[in-house]
Structure formats: C-alpha cells, structure tokens
Design a binder for this molecule. Structure first.
Ligand SMILES: Cc1cc2nc3c(=O)[nH]c(=O)nc-3n(C[C@H](O)[C@H](O)[C@H](O)COP(=O)(O)OP(=O)(O)OC[C@H]3O[C@@H](n4cnc5c(N)ncnc54)[C@H](O)[C@@H]3O)c2cc1C
Length: 411
C-alpha cells in the first residue's frame, strides 16, 4: 500500500487522481455497450453459465486484478488498517467506484459472497487470530470464501439446520450436509453455521465457524441449474475438524452471526451485487422495436412499468445503501430493496415471454431473441437466493407494517 494510505494524508481529490492514474496505467477505458439491434453481444444472463475452464480462467483473472488493486491501495478502502484496509471513509469508496466504472476491469463476481457477506461477518465476530489469518488474504484475492448455511431441510427456516458440531478439546468435529453453496468449487474457506446444542430452542443452539474447505472430510459436489451452468454445490462434512479459534462469536450465539451475513447478502443482491442490476430498458425497447411491437399498447404499458419500477428499485437500494454507509445496521430496507429488484425482474421476464413466444424456447439463430432464455430461466433463482420473495414479504409485513407475526413459523 502506498504511503499516502493514511486517512489523514489524502484528500478526496488527491485520492481520485491517484485512482485515475492507477486505472489508466492498468486498464483500458470502458467502451459503451451498444444497444442497437444486432450490435455487440446479445447475452442477457443473471447467473453466469460457464464451462469449468472458463470459470477457472475467470477466477484466475479476478484474483490477479484484485491483488493488483489491493497492492495499490484500492482493494479494501474502508477496511481497518490493522487488517490491511486503507482506513478511509465510504466517501472514498464511492470515488473509487465512480472512477473504476469508466474502465473495463475484470469481473469481481467470484468474490461477491466472500467479500460481500463472509468477510464483514469475520470482521464483526471472529477472533483476532482468524481476522489476522484471513481478512487481508480475502481482500487481496488470495483466498475465496463461500457461505455454508442452507441444508436440504433448512432454507427459509434456516434455524432448523441439522449439521452438527461437537466439541473435542480445542477442536470441533463437524458432520452433516449443506446445499446450494455458490462458489464452493473454488472456495478456500467457508462460513458455516452448525447445531451445537440440540436441546436448546432451535435459534439458540447454533454456532458459527470458519471452516477450511480443503480440510479432510469436506466433499464438494456440483449441482447443475436449469440454465445449464453449475455455479452451486452440495457440500458434505464427515468428521471435519475445526479449531475452536475459528469459532465466530460465542457458543450457541450463531443466529446473531448468521443474521449479520444475511443482512449483508440482501444488501448485496438488492444493490445489484448479484449481477442483477444490469438489464437496461434500452435493450428491451430495441427488442420491441425489432419485433414490431413498439406500437402495441400492452407491450408499451409493460415496458413503461419496467422502466418506472427499475428507478424505484434503484432508489430503494440507494436508500438502503446510504443507511449502511452512514454506519447504521442494515434493516428491513434490505428486504424491500431485494423485493423491488426481483419484482421488476419478474416483470421483465413476463414482457420478453409475451413478445418472443416460442423464440424463447428454440434457438432460431436470430440475434437477441433466444438469448433472453438464459435470463428468464435465471430469474426464479434470484427470487429464491438470499431469502425468497415470500420471506421478504413476511419481513416487510411484520417489521415495517407492524402486521401480526405468523403463528408458529420462523425464518
Ligand atoms: C442462486 C442461488 C444461490 C444460492 N447460494 C447459496 C449459498 O451460497 N449458500 C447458502 O447457504 N445457500 C444458498 N442458496 C440457498 C437459498 O438461501 C435458499 O434456497 C433459500 O433460503 C430458500 O430455501 P429453500 O430452497 O430450502 O426453500 P424453502 O425454504 O423450502 O421454501 C420453499 C417455498 O416455500 C415458501 N416458504 C417457506 N417458508 C415460508 C413462510 N414462512 N411463509 C411463506 N412462504 C414460505 C418459500 O417462499 C418457497 O416458495 C442459494 C439459492 C439460490 C437460488
């Protein structure tokens, strides 16, 4: 990190100049994606569908870029200096993002879960030893982390999870199964929530840990999605040993740890971190025009609806993000932001299905038609990941509108 890293030593303007200089030296300016019919790539997906080789290349490129930006002082701008961060305020983070947006830099998606959800949880709940061991390496892109929460019978009802961790001296022995673990195939560590006391009420008998994904007894099996890719996995744990120093928070206080991660997850998805904020209405307008549906009142109405709601969704996310950036805990705004986004994705899915019809089902080779299938098939996953639409509605109903709680149900 350069000497100018100290918060006292750099103004926002000097930081902007430094960021620009670094990006000009290391990346090419971004060329505006063309939206005219037949121009540029026609890919419109949500979950990346890649071969194993493409994925390995993407991870290697992302790691190399992250190391370069970290070493130049732009990798963890708001992080505490003791763990490798630059100790600057989020205003500097915004400056970096706005300057970086003008350049064509490698995708950071392999780090989405690790840096968006796991690293903040480590910072909030881990022992100094674990913070020391992992935070810098995660932010420098030397390691990737995954989120090991969901199980075959514990998704929305996460507190019902059954993977056991039993204490054995200074270690814990873990047995059980997780599922839908995104990126487990290239992760080095995972944040796992286990049941440590089956005799306590379900929310009270859980504990969080950082587990080494390369430890003996960890087995990762890919799951194929209906979109064709295999970006998530089943992960089996058989007598996996975790040192007690790798515990997150107190024994049986894992629910609080899980909530820290889930709030950051909703923020990340609602804010577009799930790769979901990028479907512009310009592309949809071109589609309608090409299909001769731009004068169809129903299609026009639905397009206008999508445009208005994309603004509503973006502003809701910005409101939620502003709260986080002001140092406040993410709250139900995250659920509203996520719901606003997925509702609009559903509208997009409806409109393209209406105008494309069978062209969405069979590839005629025509530019910009069948390509929408990947998006349409990916949207249900977005409505489930990070808390389903129904669960988000329950949260909004109970915590924002003050409606009565569901009898006997938990999330
Ligand atoms: C793309 C993607 C990536 C993911 N990545 C990860 C990951 O990296 N790590 C991880 O741990 N998990 C991950 N998940 C799992 C995700 O968190 C769960 O799928 C989600 O929490 C829902 O759980 P479930 O699939 O068990 O569905 P269930 O909880 O069984 O829900 C089934 C249906 O019942 C409804 N329902 C359930 N409870 C209620 C209720 N109380 N009120 C009203 N309706 C209800 C739901 O809305 C849903 O429609 C991922 C999922 C997806 C789709």
């Amino acid at each position: 990190m350069p000497e100018t890293a100290s918060p006292q030593q750099i103004s926002e303007e000097a930081f902007r100049a430094q960021a620009l200089e670094f990006l000009q030296a290391n990346a090419k300016p971004r060329i505006e994606e063309k939206t005219g019919w037949g121009e540029g790539s026609d890919r419109v997906g949500l979950l990346a569908e890649k071969s194993a080789q493409e994925e390995a290349e993407e991870v290697a490129t992302a790691k190399a870029w992250r190391q370069k930006t970290f070493d130049a002082g732009f990798g963890w701008i708001t992080g505490p200096t003791e763990y490798g961060g630059r100790g600057l305020t989020s205003a500097y983070e915004r400056v970096w993002s706005s300057v970086e947006a003008g350049f064509d830099v490698p995708s950071g998606s392999p780090f989405g879960i690790g840096l968006g959800m796991v690293a903040p949880t480590i910072l909030a709940h881990a022992t100094p030893e674990v913070k020391e061991a992992y935070l810098r390496r995660l932010w420098r892109g030397e390691m990737i982390a995954c989120q090991l929460f969901s199980e075959p019978v514990a998704g929305s009802d996460l507190a019902g999870l059954q993977t056991r961790a039993e204490r054995d001296g200074d270690e814990w022995i873990v047995n059980g199964q997780k599922v839908w673990t995104s990126g487990a195939q290239y992760s080095d560590i995972g944040e796992i929530i286990c049941r440590t006391d089956p005799n306590l009420p379900k929310h009270k008998g859980l504990t969080g840990f950082v587990v080494d994904m390369h430890a003996p007894g960890v087995e990762v099996r890919p799951l194929r999605q209906m979109t064709g890719g295999a970006s998530f996995n089943e992960v089996f744990f058989t007598d996996v040993r975790i040192p007690d120093s790798h515990r997150l928070g107190d024994v049986n206080q894992g629910w609080t740890v899980a909530l820290t991660t889930l709030m950051n997850e909703r923020a990340s998805i609602g804010g577009g971190g799930g790769g979901s904020g990028s479907i512009g209405s310009a592309r949809l307008t071109e589609l309608l025009r090409h299909l001769g549906r731009d004068h169809d009142p129903i299609a026009r109405q639905r397009l206008a609806d999508i445009y208005i709601n994309s603004k509503v969704s973006a502003y809701t996310s910005m409101r939620a993000m502003a709260k986080i950036k002001a140092g406040q805990l993410p709250g139900p705004e995250m659920s509203i932001a996520k719901l606003a986004l997925t509702n609009n994705l559903q509208r997009i899915s409806g409109l393209v299905s209406l105008v494309l019809g069978t062209r969405l089902l069979a590839d005629t080779g025509e530019w910009g038609t069948y390509a929408w299938a990947e998006l349409v098939l990916g949207i249900p996953g977005m409505r489930v990941a990070g808390g389903t639409d129904e669960i988000m509605r329950n949260i909004v109903g109970e915590r924002v509108l003050g409606l009565p709680k569901e009898p006997g149900l938990s999330k």
